[in-house]
Design a protein around this ligand. Structure first.
Ligand code: IMP
Ligand code: MG
Length: 179
């Protein structure tokens, strides 16, 4: 497939089409709505990867909520996460007593998430749950497995719908592996 957005690279395989993503996000929105009948809900997106997913997901959630983002810096290389994370942007919203729904693009080793949950847990939220669009299912040992998962992801390096390769391709409306 030739896509002018790919700077000459070619799609190896489309893992999830725009339509498939939209349908699944609608279902996830319903799941989240049902799971939080009351209380303050704070949707916290992990930047940058979750920015498109968050914006689509919140429009499918049929209850009141607030939105904020987290910026995390991990030391080490892009493709391998070390698990040593640091909050670069701290949410301005009140975390104490809120139900936090942490939204992540993809869970690979799960190390990023585990550390973020530890840090947020210190702020005394009412609960913390994770909604991940994609799960590679490498992380089977997680203390806090994602409660909401969009898709089981193939074991390829994926781009699009927020996911990047060296900051490129985040704007693709589908999710694909490249040649
Ligand atoms: P983890 O800490 O190993 O779970 O890594 C999760 C983070 O690694 C995600 O938030 C992504 O930024 C990045 N990542 C993992 N797999 C992929 C992929 O297939 N494509 C793009 N980014 C990925
Ligand atoms: Mg990311």
């Amino acid at each position: 497939m030739i896509d002018p957005r790919l700077e000459g690279r070619e799609v190896e395989r489309v893992a999830f089409t725009e339509k498939e993503i939209a349908e699944r996000v609608r279902q996830l929105g319903d799941e989240v709505t049902t799971a939080y009948p009351d209380g303050d809900l704070l949707v916290l997106g992990l930047l940058k990867g979750s920015f498109i997913f968050v914006s689509d997901l919140v429009r499918q959630i049929g209850r009141s909520l607030q939105i904020d983002f987290l910026v995390v810096s991990s030391y080490g290389t892009e493709k391998v996460s070390s698990g040593n994370v640091r909050l670069v942007y701290d949410p301005q919203a009140e975390l104490k007593g809120s139900h936090i729904l942490l939204v992540e693009d993809i869970v690979d080793s799960g190390r990023t998430l585990s550390r973020v949950i530890e840090v947020l847990g210190e702020r005394q939220p009412a609960s913390i749950e994770v909604c991940a669009l994609l799960h590679k299912n490498h992380a089977t040992h997680l203390k806090h497995p994602p409660r909401f998962i969009g898709f089981d992801a193939p074991d390829d390096f994926l781009v699009g719908y927020g996911l990047d390769h060296a900051e490129n391709f985040r704007h693709l409306p589908y999710i694909a592996s490249l040649k």
